[in-house]
Design a protein around this ligand. Sequence first.
Ligand SMILES: [Zn+2]
Length: 95
Amino acid sequence: MNYIDSLVDDLIKVRNRVKRKERKNTLLRLILQAKSEGCAKCGSLYYLTFHHLDSGSKRFNVSEMVARNATITQLMLEMGKCKILCRQCHDAAHR
Ligand SMILES: [Zn+2]
């Protein structure tokens, strides 16, 4: 690989890193936005989780999707299947 090729290669790597980071920030912002109203059942703002309304349609654990580098579309789709519940109401929903 010549000098120019390796420079371009480095630039592409940096650009991809920046894009990954931007996407990660967008995912985090979308999750925060969804949680901003609090628990759908009791209104609590603490220990908020994503509860899948139909566990059969669950493909991903929403909170793990950021680390797994999911796309924005994948996150939106998965969040659309959920409602926000605090840990206590979430536990109760599964009992
Ligand atoms: Zn609650």
